[in-house]
Design a protein around this ligand. Structure first.
Ligand code: SF4
Length: 181
């Protein structure tokens, strides 16, 4: 796992730590938050609920793994309304995670990356009219799988909140340790 953490830090993430998939819980409360649709992606993407699977299915998918890495991008905002920093940090985190996922998939093709936010590979998602354009590259979010991100951070030994004025995006990649070269 040290190799994955080093890879993540080399990609540019602010923080990275080993994650134990046995601690992950797919929670109905998180799915309820998705269903409230504040992000307006519920029912609008193959990567999001309900298309990404029931909680039973996402829990079963995560239970296939016995190792993983949690990665974070932390930014310092000028104030609570610093939209520019929020937007840049989100974009940077997604770029870093896309790069890390591409590299980890070369090492461990059967891994499960869970990003922050909806899949943004396509300008417009094909859901529900046509199949996903890139099912092998599509990225679901930690929340879509029912994970309470603050709890996952705590269980992995990383802060969820780095103090006043900071903003942190978190994502993870699950692997089977025996698949690591
Ligand atoms: S890859 Fe494209 S079609 Fe598939 S979930 Fe992502 S945005 Fe939608």
């Amino acid at each position: 796992m040290a190799d994955l953490i080093k890879l993540a830090l080399d990609v540019g993430f602010s923080h990275a730590a080993a994650l134990d998939p046995s601690t992950l819980r797919a929670l109905p409360e998180v799915r309820d938050m998705c269903a409230a649709n504040r992000c307006q992606r519920y029912g609008h993407s193959w990567s999001c609920p309900p298309a990404c699977g029931s909680l039973e299915e996402t829990a079963a998918a995560m239970a296939r793994y016995d190792g993983g890495v949690l990665v974070q991008t932390t930014a310092q905002m000028a104030d609570d309304f610093d939209v520019e920093t929020i937007t840049q940090a989100q974009k940077l985190h997604k770029e870093r995670f896309f790069t890390l996922t591409r590299q980890v998939r070369l090492l461990v093709p059967d891994c499960l990356p869970l990003t922050a936010g909806t899949c943004t590979l396509c300008r417009t998602c094909t859901y529900p009219d046509k199949p996903c354009r890139f099912p092998a590259k599509m990225l679901s979010s930690m929340e879509a799988y029912g994970l309470l991100v603050s709890q996952v951070c705590q269980d992995a030994g990383l802060p969820y909140y780095y103090g006043p004025g900071t903003l942190t995006y978190s994502s993870c990649i699950l692997i089977k340790e025996g698949d690591m070269p």
